[in-house]
Design a protein around this ligand. Sequence first.
Ligand code: FE
Length: 367
Amino acid sequence: MVLGTLAMQNTQRLLSIFSAIIFSAIITCFWSMNVLAQSESNSTSPKVLNLYSARHYQTDEALYNDFTKKTGIKINRIEADDNALAERLKSEGNNSPADVILMVDAARLWRAQIDGFFKPIQSKYLEARIPANLRSKHDPEGLTWFGFSTRARLVVYNKAAVNPKDIDTYEKLAEPINKGKICTRSGAHPYMLSLVGSMIELQGEVATELWAKGMVSNMARPPRGGDTDQIKAVASGECGVALTNSYYLVRLLRSTKPEDQEIVSKIGFVWPNQNSTGTHINIAGGGVAKNAPHLQSAIQFLEYLASDSAQEYFANGNNEWPVTKSVRIDNDGLKKLGAFKAENVSVAAIGRNQIAAQRLLDRAGFK
Ligand code: FE
């Protein structure tokens, strides 16, 4: 009887020890699973890229979605004009969350470089894909910014009022024959500063200043509005001649709206300087932000922009020309513009000349 009671007590003790072991094993197992789940959620948490963009084209949405689809990297986009972006980057300083900065025009990219917004990077892929005249100069730490698409500065004219032979060079726009006919946007705008920066590179400051003075005395109205406003004013007859970036013209050429087709029916365009220096070319581009928190994603994004699919998008989505020659262009509007001789000036030099360009335009009274 005593023996039996002892045996029963031992069995109960063993059972309780066994239960404790099982219980602690289950707890350990749950804890491990939880830790594993947490660490997995860390390793698979969505990768992000903070993009500061001064590009102003609605169709870019498709480009960013394609990048996210291909890489799983989500893009947080901040869009603002270049001045607002620059102010933001200055006030954020070293704590800026920006990974990539996109800007339009060599003058703005150069200014952003001088302001210290970019981090030089090494990328054999970008160097191989983007021609040397369409990116920043190579410094010891690498390349600072890159052109991803190009645009040309065209002359548009009113077919009823102007003979295209009188306006087939930038120089002729400043000649007395075009008195009272010229419309442009402001002389402070980067598109104007870059054209003048290119002319300074090709002809020197003295000749370019004379040209600017001739332009001022030929104006139909004080400079105002954007490129599309200039085209509309040419169609209405308020101006005889204007300068425009090519994608604004192509947008109108591709439009099915009757009012746009009406505008197109009134205007012609010429590729300036085909027998001399070639038509002025500019870029849209960007670089890695100086303190990019997601450096690898930032480089990956820039390399994506130089890939065939992104380059095709620039041509077919936003009516720009790709910087890579291998890309197929499937855009009726661009095809309507036809082939042309482009100037061979480094966009880095155009950017560098922008301060001289602004001073020169101020002296000429080009508002
Ligand atoms: Fe533009």
